[in-house]
Structures are given as structure tokens and as C-alpha cells.
Design a protein around this ligand. Structure first.
Ligand SMILES: NC(=O)c1ccc[n+]([C@@H]2O[C@H](COP(=O)([O-])OP(=O)(O)OC[C@H]3O[C@@H](n4cnc5c(N)ncnc54)[C@H](OP(=O)(O)O)[C@@H]3O)[C@@H](O)[C@H]2O)c1
Length: 347
């Protein structure tokens, strides 16, 4: 099979670097075009990008010239790790020019005709793409993945739908890398907790309903769960931890919920997609896990870890969930979306 050329919008940023790492040896995709801001355009990738991942910068991109975010020379499939201040207009322009944009940015996520996809949970939401084609003035397509903290929450909640998921209270302890580079100043975050991540709480509360929801003639019917979120930034490099309490209609035992989490799997596992983790949700029995430093990289960062499931005297059940924010919560999520689209004949 010949590989599909792909481009990366925002290739120099935190998520962009993770895209480069995820795609360097990908069996289906090959990076042939990269773009970023005017600050980087015209420079070789090695000069434009202070590489900050612990893996080596792949040699295949080192001498590639960073282009402007214009669709003219880009391949049909582009991943977007653009800053939200520009992502909306740029992604629309690419879709208008016939490109398929697989985006991390928030700008198009709540558009009723743009699929907001976690392939294990709602692969069927890709059917919105045909409605998008009919209703929008663009021949291309836009597909999004959720906010990094929403991915962790939604993956942990999806297996609980079978018990009638009704109310959720979640408090997050979010890694610094979630804010991009340079992110929060070290003097603000070291030895500290910042009790707010700007704009994050509404995303957790609405994107979760959207992802767990079902597609109808108008778009997505949100899943009837009420989510209340409180978000914090903590001095952790990678891995968002979330403390979750959930009210369920039924009264399963703790063992039954653990079974549901452990047995959860979806379309990526059925199709054997290259980036699909064998176990999308890993339940850890140790009472002091999951921990971001020890567990964020499990299954190349694509698994969400859950632990400490126990009864909650106020809200039914409580547990801890944790996932890698720039992999499962960003670049890895988008690559998995593109793999799903390819496998389903949508590219
Ligand atoms: N970090 C995470 O964990 C995470 C998770 C999920 C979603 N996201 C979303 O993913 C996107 C990227 O986040 P990030 O953390 O990678 O941010 P980042 O490190 O600040 O990178 C932003 C990227 O956007 C480019 N850019 C900025 N302004 C631009 C402009 N005016 N025109 C063209 N390109 C421009 C930057 O290029 P230069 O280097 O040339 O400035 C850089 O490549 C955001 O929308 C964010 O909300 C991030």
C-alpha cells in the first residue's frame, strides 16, 4: 500500500511536535508538508523548532521547510495543531479548498455538523461528514477530537453508560504541557496549584455530552448526563489526572463497574488500527495508581488509566482517571481519527 501524504498545521508547537513523533514511522501516512506562523515560515524545521519531546526529533523532518498556513501546496489530508486564535479561519479556508482537516483545536468542535470523535466511543459520528458536505460551502471536510481533559473523562465514562449515567462531578489536575509552550510561568506553577484552567470547564461539560450522544437528522442529540467540572493546573509535565464522582441509575457492584471498564473496546480495536491501544481503558488495582509520571506513557500514551473505584457517600461512585494529554488528548487522538476515516473509506 502506498502511503498517504499528510500535512501538519502548527507543526512547531507542543501538539505539532507530538504529531511529528506519531507520524514519523506511521505505516499509512507520511509527512510531506508542514506549516506554522510567520515566525517560523521559511525556516528549516530544525531551526524553527526547539524540539522538546524526550524522543529524538525524526530526521525526516529536520530539513523540511516550514510553510505559511495556506492551502495551495498542502496535501489533501492535514492535521491541525494550530493555536485556537487562528485555527477556526485557517481550517475553514482549508476545507473550502477541498482539504480534509483533522483538528485538535476547539474552534469547530461544537459545530453540529462537524464530528467530535473518540473512535472507541462514537465512530458512528463520522456519518455527519455527509451532512457536512451537503450543508457547508466547502468541498473538503473538518473532523475534530475533544479537548485533552474531555478525552480522559469521556473514555472513563463511556463504559458506564450501560448502568445509566446521570450526573458527574469532576475535578482535574492538569499537566503544564496542556497549555502549550511556554505555558504557565514556572514561578507561578512550581510548588503550587493554579485553581483555574481558562475556558476548560465548559468544554468538559458540553463536549462530554456531545461525544456520548447519538446522531439524528439535525446533528448530535447530546447524551443526558449533567457534568460539573472544576479544573486546576498542577506542576506535572504530561498527564491529566481527574477525580470523578458519578451518579448511575442502576446499582452495580464495584466489581461489575471494573469489569465494564476492563472490557471496554470499540471500532479501532475491531479494525486493528495502527494507533489503537489493545486496551483503551486500563483499570489499575494498586491503591496508589494511576499516577501521571508512572502511567501516562502506557500503550504509547494511548490508554486512559482508571483506579481507586469505590462507593461515594454523596454521589454513588468515585474513581481516579488519568491520560496523556498531548498523545491520547491531542495528536494521538487525531491520528487515530484519521486512521478510522481511512479504514472506513472516508479519505
Ligand atoms: N497541549 C495540549 O495538551 C493540547 C491538547 C488538546 C488540544 N490542544 C489544542 O491544540 C492546539 C495547539 O496547542 P499547543 O499546545 O501545541 O500550542 P503551542 O505549543 O502554542 O503551538 C501553537 C502552534 O500554532 C502556531 N501558530 C500560532 N499562531 C499562529 C498564527 N497566527 N498563524 C499560524 N500559526 C500559528 C504556532 O506556530 P509558531 O511556532 O510558528 O508560533 C505553533 O505551531 C490548540 O488549539 C490547543 O488548544 C492542545
Amino acid at each position: 500500500m502506498s502511503k498517504i501524504d499528510v500535512g501538519i498545521l502548527g507543526a512547531t508547537g507542543t501538539v505539532g511536535q507530538e504529531f511529528i513523533a506519531q507520524l514519523a514511522d506511521h505505516p499509512w501516512f507520511t509527512v510531506s508538508w508542514i506549516a506554522a506562523s510567520e515566525r517560523s515560515a521559511g525556516k528549516a524545521y530544525r531551526d524553527a523548532t526547539p524540539w522538546r519531546l524526550s524522543c529524538h526529533r525524526p530526521e525526516c523532518v529536520a530539513d523540511m521547510v516550514v510553510e505559511r498556513v495556506m492551502p495551495t501546496r498542502a496535501p489533501k489530508l492535514v492535521f491541525s495543531g494550530l493555536d485556537a486564535s487562528v485555527a477556526g479561519d485557517v481550517e475553514t479556508e482549508f476545507a473550502r479548498s477541498g482539504h480534509v482537516v483533522v483538528s485538535n483545536a476547539r474552534n469547530h468542535r461544537m459545530d453540529p455538523l462537524v464530528p467530535l470523535v473518540i473512535p472507541e466511543i462514537n465512530a458512528d459520528h463520522l456519518q455527519l461528514l455527509s451532512m457536512q458536505g451537503a450543508a457547508r460551502d466547502w468541498p473538503g471536510r473538518i473532523v475534530t477530537n475533544p479537548n485533552c481533559s474531555t478525552v480522559v473523562l469521556a473514555m472513563a465514562l463511556a463504559p458506564l453508560r450501560t448502568f445509566g449515567l446521570r450526573q458527574v462531578v469532576v475535578s482535574t489536575l492538569q499537566a503544564i504541557s496542556g497549555g502549550g509552550y511556554p505555558g504557565v510561568a514556572s514561578l507561578d506553577v512550581l510548588g503550587n496549584v493554579i485553581p483555574m484552567v481558562r475556558g476548560e470547564e465548559p468544554k468538559l461539560e458540553t463536549e462530554t455530552q456531545q461525544i456520548l450522544g447519538s446522531v439524528n437528522a439535525e446533528g448530535v442529540e447530546p447524551y443526558p448526563v449533567t457534568v460539573s467540572a472544576a479544573t486546576t493546573r498542577v506542576p506535572v509535565i504530561n498527564g491529566h489526572t481527574e477525580l470523578v464522582s458519578a451518579v448511575l441509575d442502576k446499582s452495580p457492584t464495584v466489581a461489575e463497574i471494573v469489569d465494564a471498564l476492563r472490557n471496554f473496546s470499540g471500532r479501532p480495536q475491531e479494525l486493528g488500527l495502527p494507533s489503537a491501544p489493545s486496551q483503551p481503558v486500563l483499570y489499575l488495582d494498586e491503591e496508589d495508581r494511576p499516577q501521571p509520571r508512572l502511567d501516562a506513557d502506557r500503550n504509547q500514551g494511548m490508554t486512559v488509566c482508571v483506579g481507586r473505584l469505590r462507593p461515594c457517600p454523596v454521589l454513588g461512585y468515585k474513581f481516579v482517571a488519568m491520560g496523556h494529554n498531548t498523545v491520547r488528548g491531542a495528536a494521538g487522538a487525531a491520528v487515530l481519527n484519521a486512521e478510522l476515516m481511512k479504514a472506513e473509506g472516508l479519505l
